[in-house]
Design a protein around this ligand. Sequence first.
Ligand SMILES: NC(=O)c1ccc[n+]([C@@H]2O[C@H](COP(=O)([O-])OP(=O)(O)OC[C@H]3O[C@@H](n4cnc5c(N)ncnc54)[C@H](O)[C@@H]3O)[C@@H](O)[C@H]2O)c1
Length: 666
Amino acid sequence: MDCVLKLDRLPEKKPFIEGIRRAPRRDSVLSEHDMEIALKNALRYIPERFHEELAPEFMEELKTRGRIYGYRFRPEGRLWGKPIDCYEGKCIEGKAFQVMIDNNLDFEVALYPYELVTYGETGQVCQNWMQYLLIKQYLKELTNTQTLVIESGHPLGVFRSHENAPRVILTNGLMVGLFDKPEEFNRAAAMGVANYGQMTAGGWMYIGPQGIVHGTFNTLLNAGRLKLGIPKDKDLAGRLFVSAGLGGMSGAQGKAAEIAGAAAIIAEVDYSRIETRYKQGWVSKVSDDLATCVKWAQEAQKEGTPLAIAYHGNVVDLLHYLINNNIHVDLLSDQTSCHAVYEGGYCPVGVSFAERTRLLAEDHETFKAKVNASLKQHIAAIDELHKRGTYFFDYGNSFLKAVYDAGVTSICKNGENEKDGFVYPSYVEDILGPQLFDYGYGPFRWVCLSGKPEDLDKTDAAAMDCIDPTRRYQDRDNWVWVRDAKKNKMVVGTQARILYQDAMGRLKIALRFNEMVRNGEIGPVMLGRDHHDTGGTDSPFRETSNIKDGSNIMADMATQCFAGNAARGMSLIALHNGGGVGIGKSINGGFGMVLDGSERVDRILSSAMPWDTMGGVARRAWARNENAIETCLAYNRDNEGTDCITIPHIADDALVHNTVLNALKD
Ligand SMILES: NC(=O)c1ccc[n+]([C@@H]2O[C@H](COP(=O)([O-])OP(=O)(O)OC[C@H]3O[C@@H](n4cnc5c(N)ncnc54)[C@H](O)[C@@H]3O)[C@@H](O)[C@H]2O)c1
């Protein structure tokens, strides 16, 4: 096995294909010494005889793009997740991961494919094209008694392990506490030692915006049930949902709203992203005229028909129009990339998309000031709509944190700082947390590695068969979701499916799929999940925002989830810093599990799948979350002799309150 990148000659420089989105210049404040290190770091991948030619080229990339991507090493043309048999490899996992990596970099799937960004403005598969080539080189040689170690996109090497060990262990952006801040991260990223993995980008499990459609659908539907009083068997027909963002994940909003029956207006400043969603059929109408957008929405509401409208413009302008024209909004959110608010994730009002890109490259201070001013106008408009009866929720994009960072302390629950959260709930705090995560329902997903649509049809049918729609309303929602999945045409990239399931639901489906592979009914399958789940992520502003025992600032759960999945033999395990909310604000992890039809895989699934989810439910139960306690009690009953989750005693609130009060009086 070669321990350096095999390179007989330098690949030719290639032109960038027009029409493919490019990342803006990234922030990088490097000293002269830092720049020298950055350059030496990038040249580590390349034989010395090519350094003279490459050094100025890499330096130019650092100067103009803020990072060294090594563009010339990108394979020519479109990358895409081909059928697994098209890949070379010595073990099935080595080939399967290549499918996943290429899918994450597909022009059709990725946000900035040339910069290896899959989604979420900054979420990268790895940092540069030299790493990409080296990872692929290792994956081709990897055997089933070795493990490839990846640190922030860099393949550190292959080490001996055993058949039941993970084939790949990867981490992204993990930082020492003292330095765990965006500025330090940006410096490290510019020097080529830190990768922002987001969640599934750096974990190679992104499956296009479908991955988030189901979660968004669940959130909207349950927000309607909880906050608008819509009965459990009805949908959002006649209701108006307003939000911003039609990018990587936010692009799911229109589709999810339509599936939930609503009329939706989604603002988006970048026309190319609207075009993508329109071509896919994920938004049905497009206009840059506010009166037209509102007219279409009102007609759809009157008829009770679903309709997703893209407004080409700034969300703040949209909100002002709705206020000035007294239009009632039922549900309101925002999915601009506020986790990277000053890096281009949020476009300030009054600034065109092109001007935003210029300011980012040439005048960062002015850009920052405009972002702050825009966020202030944005939250003032939300406050006004809220007063008029709109339900607003933060969509896990760090929007409220960004507003707070812009200087608005009135949105803090304690009026001073973010420690006790914000006056508007995060969607997990009120909706997804108690209604889904506390039961263990989370974004389970799979990819049919054969690339055959008929395999996906068979797995959809098998998954449906595994769900009892009469058990709980969540099961009925999930059953309906998978029943209609094909009709809703959600596949972008590989033949993949997302399906919210609880711990034992996931296990049942996983075992059924593995049996189908064994019987030759379908080709191999890659299982995984979004990191945005019950147990994989510690994130006080999002996934763990409904944990109220003070442990929301701890990262033990996500770390244990990762370690436990390794111990049980998942094929790929990942642990990242940041994710959807930004550096230092979360630790998140996920897994990939290749189903090859073997009994060995059955055994791994039987221990790893329940752990992956129930570790999270157990922690939520210990935080006294009622639905999680109920779920753990049932789990303990059903799994006596193998598993036992610690259950909390619940102290009486009045007793506790009076005890503390009396003690303070003394
Ligand atoms: N929905 C979820 O469950 C979920 C899960 C994880 C993360 N997120 C978060 O949601 C955010 C969006 O993710 P993404 O992958 O779609 O990112 P993205 O960067 O691909 O998309 C955001 C879009 O917002 C647009 N935009 C920015 N400012 C705007 C403005 N003022 N008005 C109108 N449009 C504007 C951008 O042009 C961009 O297309 C991220 O912060 C992500 O972490 C959401």
